[in-house]
Unconditional design. Structure first.
Length: 119
């Protein structure tokens, strides 16, 4: 998956904005002002930080060597996915969907309805 493909997929989510609070090389994707994905490069390899249920986060780290504890994030609630070609695109998209849905689920009912109506 290229950065453009990843960005296009992230942009399909309702009310997503792209911000650069950590510099031009760190792409932060937010829904209603809350971060659900952070994309950056380390050693010329694209990585994405995604919010995750703590139990699932551990399971994914056991299953995929390219999934590690969230880099510079709360290790319990965030994973970093390294784009080394070992994880199927569908699985990466599922993890993105889960991150988005997890962040939205923590919002007020009114905020959730505003976001979900645009799906």
């Amino acid at each position: 998956m290229t950065f453009e493909q990843l960005k296009d997929y992230l942009d399909t989510k309702p009310q997503v904005t792209l911000e650069y609070p950590f510099g031009d090389d760190v792409h932060v994707f937010k829904v209603a002002g809350k971060m659900f994905a952070l994309v950056a490069y380390k050693d010329d390899v694209m990585r994405i930080n995604l919010k995750c249920d703590p139990d699932e986060a551990l399971a994914l780290r056991d299953i995929f060597s390219a999934v590690i504890a969230g880099y510079h994030m709360n290790k319990k609630h965030w994973n970093t996915v390294i784009f080394d070609g070992s994880i199927p695109q569908g699985e990466t998209e599922r993890m993105i969907d889960n991150s988005f849905n997890l962040v939205v689920s923590k919002m007020t009912k009114k905020e959730q309805q505003s976001i979900l109506i645009h799906r």
